[in-house]
Write a protein that binds this ligand. Structure first.
Ligand SMILES: [Zn+2]
Length: 108
């Protein structure tokens, strides 16, 4: 397969932006000898061929949140943000039983 020009319908590895993984893709369209578009065989989404590269990385929400937190921390180490409250446990423990639900519990 080395040096072989992929043809339409061939399975090639490429990075799927939807699955965010390197996965099997079928060649969907070509420009000359270059693969132009591929179809992910996992989620069946069509996207431009990225030569297996991840492309431009979008900032994940988690990263932006992290940046916001970092921005609030002053260089001398003192956080200007309000002190973080300790997380309270949402519920003591949830017992799973097949018996009647306790009064007050959510009904479906
Ligand atoms: Zn996919």
């Amino acid at each position: 397969m080395n040096g072989a020009v992929p043809r339409l319908g061939d399975l090639i590895d490429d990075y799927c932006p939807r699955c965010r993984l390197l996965l099997n893709h079928a060649v969907a369209s070509m420009v000359g000898d270059q693969v132009a578009k591929v179809i992910c065989q996992t989620c069946l989404s069509e996207h431009a061929y990225m030569d297996g590269k991840e492309g431009k990385k979008k900032k994940s929400p988690r990263e932006t949140l992290f940046d916001q937190v970092l921005a609030k921390v002053t260089p001398d180490g003192a956080a200007t943000a309000a002190p973080v409250e300790k997380k309270k446990p949402a519920a003591p423990a949830r017992y799973i039983s097949r018996h009647k639900t306790k009064p007050g519990s959510k009904k479906r």
